[in-house]
Every structure is written in C-alpha cells, then in structure tokens.
Design a protein around this ligand. Structure first.
Ligand SMILES: *Cc1c(COP(=O)(O)O)cnc(C)c1O
Length: 479
C-alpha cells in the first residue's frame, strides 16, 4: 500500500471510520458501561509483532469490535456517572480531525500564525462567557492558553510562582541557592495534581501544607492564615496557594476572595483549580459562586474536556500577568529565532507550557462554541444540574440512604445509612448491574458513592434509570 493515502482512499475510508463511530454511539446503551476484563486479556488477543504487509481497514475495524470495544470502560455511555465526565461530541471531534489533518505545530506564532491567534481569541470568548474578569484576557497584561490538563495548569502556575517568589533566581541558580524554602498551600480536598506539581517543581512534597476544610468542604481560611504566618515566621517563603472551585470528591468550593486576601499579605501566587465546576460559570445563576475572587487571583483554570463536550485534552488556563509565565518558561535557542518573536508583537505559546510542540487544540473549542452556541451549552448544564437535583431528592427521601452533602451542581454524594461496609456493598451491587457506573470518594470521613451527571448522551431517563438501579440494589438480598 502506498504512502501517503491518495485523497480518494482517505475520503472513503474516513467515511467508514465516521460510520463506525456513529454506530458505536447508536448502540452504546446496549452495552454494560464497564465490562469485566481480566488483566492481560487484550494483549493475549493481539499478534505478538506488527504486520510486515498492510492489513485493510475493514479488518482493523473488525478487530476494534472484537478485541478493543469489549474491553473498554465506556466513558461516553449514557449511564456513565463515575469520576467526572470526559464528555465528547461531534463538533469537538470535527475540530480534532481538522487539527490532525492540518498537522501544524503552533509552538511559535510564526510556525502557524492562525493556530496562535485563534487560541488567544477563543480563550477571550470563553473568558467572557464564563464571566471571568477582563484582566485575565488578552486585552490586558494577562491572557489564556490551552494546555493538556488541569495538572499541567497547576504545574505551570507553580513554576511561574516559584520564579516570582525567588525574583527569577530559582530557574538559573536553582532552589538550593535561593535560601528560603518555598511552601505551597491547598486544602485537604485539593486534587492530587497539586502534590505532584510540588514534587516535579523540586520544592519537595513535604512543603505542601494541607489546610483543613469546613463542613461544606471549603478551605478554612483561618487555618490558611495561620499556616502562612507560621511559615513566614520560620523564614520560609509562601509561594503558591491553590484554591479549588469544585473539589473532586464532593464539589466543595474554596472561598477564593478570602484566600486571595490572605495570600496577598505574603506575596503568594493564587491559582484557582476549577477543572470540573468552572464550566457551570456559563450559567449566570451559578457564576457568582464559581468566579468569585477571579479579579484577585494570578491564574484560573478549567477543563472544557470535562463538562463542556470538548474531547480530552483541553485545559484552559488564564493568567493575570503573562510575563510571569514567560519569564519562567521561555527559552530562545537559535533554531527558533524569528523576526515576529523578536518584534514582541506576537504570542509564542511554547513559552506558556512545558513542551515545545503544540497541537491546534483551539479548533475543537472553536467548533464546539460555534456549532452548539452558548445557549445550548448553558441549557445542557442546567439539565444536568436539574437531573442531579432530582436524584438527590430521591436519595434524601430514602431512609436506607443518606446524602453526605447537598448536591454540588451535577454531583451527588450519598451513602448507606448504616455505614461504610454497607456503602461498599451497595456500590458493588450498583456497578455490577451493568447499565450504570458510579465511583467512590471519602466525604466527611465516610465512604461516599459519587454520581456525576454530565455525559453527552445522558438524558433525564438515564438518571431516572440510575435511581431504579440504586433502589433495586438496596432491595437486593445482602451477600
Ligand atoms: C479532574 C481534576 C483535575 C485533574 O484534571 P486533569 O485535566 O486530568 O489533570 C484537577 N483538579 C480537579 C479539581 C479536578 O476535578
């Protein structure tokens, strides 16, 4: 077979791939969300070596049906309520396909000008839709960038914060030379990516202060203030405070304005991790709680790849001072020199991220916003929140269950009334049924069953079906 594909072959086989996906979605509901798979079963069904001569597409698609699909957890299944959604939809897939076909590298403005400018522009659009302040957009000293993940957003914020806290010396001289040990703060419910970033950035994971939360799951600012003061008094240098808007376990929301006030007294960078909940700021009714304090923070990030139907990966990070990012991440080797960069009139996004190369991710956000329109996206979020609220009401009315906290947007955390052992057994029975998948967390020191509504294909009837499965699992004989 010739390389490259001729355009006619691409056209016909491309259609076959699109048809395959359309069929997969059409029949997804008939499959269990998470089939039982033995470790090693997939590899055992694959040949030991790559083919020397070409296979045809039909054979590969048949293997996809035979070997791969039966061994997947189906994240796009309408009964997928586990973790947080990783929602995809046609517009984003079109964007992804176009990005792959264009195959440009957007590391510098000059390497693919529209790749950079569309990204800057669409992030300004999204900032406006979310109600983020102008200072985080490209009109002022700030601006937005698309990274692969919220974890990268935290890492990039930390590296910029580290550089700012050490007056630009940690990158060059190294942390050991800087003297004062740097410290980082996040609530006990903050995502594990904060700890990971602290390790990667060389601060040492022990420098992360885990601040307690109140019964609503929000960081206790008095404890934060105390930890900041104690570190400062001991000669340590508070570097970064991560506030979470929508904690992973239960959707708790840290009080960003008070956190920003406390951090500013010590010159610490404030990053808001709104990976999942940030999307709901599209709706004015929830926006105040979600973007409160955004006018006071240094960076703010959310994942359209969770709840906005943009397929993974798409993390949007906005910073108030892009120079701080660039100061910590920019390099200028000879082979990347060009007149546009030297003019200072353009953005070179490789200076805003860890890798050099970068995908044309803005296309999928652009197509999602254009082909759906903001009104439909808002309505979708409202539906998800309403359906989760309906489910939470059923839980609250059932004596054998307890709601461990009020629902947070479209996330419901509940448990068996009699304790963790019964909750674990109930969780196992719910997931063994097949049509839905829920996950677990610890909430208020109890094992929680988490139901997160947000998959693209989920409709109200699927949430109603989820409740029927929970009710049947409650009625099933123990054991
Ligand atoms: C999901 C999540 C993350 C991690 O997201 P990635 O994009 O997979 O790195 C970080 N923080 C919070 C609050 C999350 O919910």
């Amino acid at each position: 077979m010739s390389i490259p594909f001729d355009p006619e072959r691409f056209r016909s086989e491309g259609r076959a791939v699109v048809d395959w996906l359309a069929d997969y979605w059409a029949h997804l509901e008939e499959r269990p969300v998470a089939p039982a798979v033995r470790p090693g079963a997939v590899r055992a069904a694959l040949p030991g070596s790559a083919p020397e001569t070409p296979d045809d597409l039909a054979t590969v698609l048949a293997d996809l049906d035979r070997v791969i699909v039966p061994a997947l957890t189906h994240w796009q299944h309408p009964g997928f309520f586990a973790f947080f959604p990783a929602s995809t939809a046609a517009p984003s897939i079109f964007g992804e396909l176009l990005a792959a076909g264009l195959g440009v590298q957007g590391m510098l403005w000059s390497t693919a000008p529209a790749c950079t400018e569309l990204e800057t522009h669409v992030l300004d659009w999204l900032a406006e839709l979310l109600g983020l302040p102008k200072r985080l957009t490209s009109g002022g000293p700030g601006g937005g960038v698309i990274l692969d993940s919220a974890s990268s957003g935290v890492l990039v914020a930390l590296v910029a914060a580290r550089e700012r806290a050490t007056a630009g010396r940690s990158n060059t001289a190294g942390l050991a030379e800087v003297g004062a040990p740097l410290t980082v703060y996040a609530s006990v419910d903050a995502h594990s990516c904060v700890e990971k970033a602290v390790g990667i950035a060389g601060l040492g994971r022990d420098t992360l202060r885990r601040i307690p939360t109140d019964p609503s799951g929000a960081m206790r600012v008095a404890d934060l203030e105390e930890a900041l003061a104690e570190d400062a008094a001991a000669g340590r240098r508070p570097c970064l405070v991560v506030a979470t808007v929508g904690t992973t376990a239960r959707g708790g929301i840290d009080p960003v304005p008070a956190i920003a006030a406390a951090a500013s007294r010590h010159g610490a960078w404030v990053h808001v991790d709104a990976a999942w909940a940030g999307t709901a700021a599209l709706c004015p009714e929830w926006r105040p709680a979600l973007v409160a304090g955004a006018d006071l923070v240094d960076s703010w990030g959310t994942n359209p790849h969770k709840w906005l139907m943009v397929n993974f990966d798409c993390h949007c990070l906005w910073v108030a001072d892009r120079a701080a990012l660039i100061n910590s991440l920019s390099t200028k080797p000879e082979y990347l020199r060009n007149a546009a960069s030297e003019s200072g009139a353009v953005i070179d996004y490789s200076d805003w991220q860890v890798p050099l190369g970068r995908r044309f991710r803005a296309l999928k956000l652009w197509l999602t916003l254009r082909l759906f329109g903001a009104a439909a996206l808002r309505q979708r979020i409202r539906d998800h929140v309403a359906w989760a609220g309906w489910f939470a009401e059923r839980v609250a009315a059932e004596q054998r269950l307890v709601l461990l906290c009020p629902p947070s947007l479209s996330l419901v955390c509940f448990a068996a009334a009699t304790g963790d052992a019964a909750t674990a057994a109930l969780l196992a029975r719910i997931n063994a049924a097949g049509p839905i998948l829920v996950s677990q967390a610890r909430v208020a020191d109890r094992l929680a069953i988490r139901l997160a509504v947000g998959a693209t294909l989920t409709d109200r009837r699927h949430v109603e079906g989820a409740w029927r499965i929970v009710a049947e699992a409650l009625d099933a004989p123990a054991g």
